[in-house]
Design a binder for this molecule. Structure first.
Ligand code: ZN
Length: 204
């Protein structure tokens, strides 16, 4: 009976202590594999958007790109995995809103039915994705709401044009709660420091 014996260097490692660099590299590899497995479990536990939904998401990203939000558009196009149902982590976590949610640093953006049905058009969907793109960059909730509110006019998403839409009303309310400092300007209309419309005072 033939026996084979390996004399490859790898089999002798057990007798030699690993160098600090090897320990660091193997730990980094283990962490990377764990992260990849976690990401895969999040992606696999939720349904992808339908082709029709993917087209709507794509149109909203196109608007962001065209209006100068290049970084956000790039991140959403190439750094995000879109899902239409909650992954297991979302299912046990507090939901931030009814439009969408992002798992940082995994780049998973879950888009809910309100994004497709309650938002009135692609501009409102672009606003929602602008918020999620801030999370893709690691920003917290307050920073995401602030950024969108400060830049909403760049998307043409203003009080005059959209003030009565359910999405505008909801996001304004949420922004007032998350970033009250933006609504501390009594001389502006609705005390909104970003509002370019001014309170007209009757001089007579
Ligand atoms: Zn958010």
């Amino acid at each position: 009976m033939q026996t084979s014996q390996s004399h490859s260097p790898a089999h002798h490692r057990g007798t030699n202590p690993e160098s600090p660099l090897q320990v660091v590299l193997s730990s980094a590899l283990a962490a990377l594999l764990a992260l990849a497995a976690f990401h895969l479990s999040l992606v696999a536990s939720a349904l992808p958007p339908t082709p029709e939904q993917a087209v709507m998401v794509g149109r909203a990203i196109d608007i962001l790109d065209a209006k100068g939000f290049r970084t956000e558009a790039l991140l959403l196009r190439h750094g995000a995995t879109f899902r239409e149902t909650d992954n297991w982590l979302n299912a046990i976590a507090h939901k931030e809103n009814a439009f969408a949610a992002t798992n940082f640093p995994f780049g998973i953006v879950t888009v809910y039915s309100d994004f497709y049905r309650r938002a009135t058009d692609d501009t409102e969907r672009a606003v929602i994705l602008l918020h999620e793109a801030q999370h893709l960059m690691g920003k917290d909730e307050k920073a995401a709401y602030e950024y969108v509110w400060l830049h909403r006019a760049d998307l043409g998403w203003t009080q005059l044009a959209y003030g009565t839409s359910p999405t505008y009303v909801t996001i304004e309310q949420q922004t007032r709660e998350m970033a009250p400092a933006l609504f501390n300007c009594p001389s502006n209309l609705w005390s909104d420091c970003t509002e370019t419309l001014r309170v007209v005072r009757n001089e007579n």
